[in-house]
Design a protein. Sequence first.
Length: 408
Amino acid sequence: MTDQHILLARQPIFDVDIKVSAYELLFRSDGGTQANVLDGDSATSQVFLNAFNELDISEVVQNHPAYINFTRNLILNPPPFDKKRFVIEVLEDIEADDELVRNLQALKDSGYTIALDDFVYDSKWDPALRIADIVKIDVLAFDEAEIKRHVELLKPFDVVLLAEKVETHEMFHYCKDLGFTLFQGYFLSKPEQVKGRKVPASKLVVLNLLTQLQDPDAELGKIAGIIAKDPVLSVKLIKLVNSAAFSGRREITSLQHAVSMLGLRQVKSWATLLSLSNMADKPNELTVLAMTRAKMCQLLAECFTNTAGSDAYFTTGLLSNLDAFFDVDLQEIVGSMPLSPMVVAGLLKRDGPIGLVLTTVVAYEQAQWDSIDLAVLENLNIGKRELESAYFESIRWASQLSSVVQHA
């Protein structure tokens, strides 16, 4: 890695089934004012290019394509990126002249996938539209009638429609019905609000289990007994402990052995995670998000507290999107669970050190780096290096464990 810090995050791009199709890479360097753009002629741009080459990008995006914003200069002088790995996003403020079109055609002919970003229709873009594979439309920038008009205007072109800044489930369904097949935005991490909705019976079972797992007075034997009442959860926990992620040399064959090996705090965390991942109506990426938040909260906490103290931060991150799992207000869920006042304050009010860390993790996750209070974090021994390191380690950890959890 270079000496200059690269703040890098990823935003998933989903298909119609809310499965990850790709990730957009969001990034900024030290002192950078323009985020997420490679221009090809500045020293900062070279830092990005070196970082992308030095990083194992597959750890960030797994086997999915990575979308990156290119300015005009980089389109004219493209870097030696893996053509199968990266999707070129053409920024909306680039002049759509003959030179640009020629270079886009050359990139397309060489094997690159081309996306037009923040697209607003103008006939001058017709030549580029005949080359492009994907058109991204910012659905927050238009009303529903204008979105529909753009869909009609783009029908003559052989392009995939991607709706970006999809912030609600209602907008996801609206765009899906119009013919969009790719979706980008933070709607997944929000509950699907339905007036008067109560937690269905199938989810109440999971919620009751989570409530029992969070009981601060529960001893290891009691937790083992709670898990044993759920045969599916018991089998999943044994499979998890036997996975490569735990690097155990001896095969674990019983629930009691698995529980004793993990210990009370880890058993609670893993049983909670496995219970959430078992909710069939929610996409796997929501579990990955919970895992990433939990791990990053824990890693940042370890900068200023001991391992035992950081467990509360892990729990807070893990539970921070329970509302999206249950489609019920977070306060209603948390109010029914025997959580410590410190965790409750962190979850609901973002108060105290736990609240600060959770706020920081969510801001980093969404590439809202300007909202991160670095001055306050430095008092907790957290700087840009620690943020960068914690994020990448959390992504790696969640990626490794998600496949284990999914198939347990």
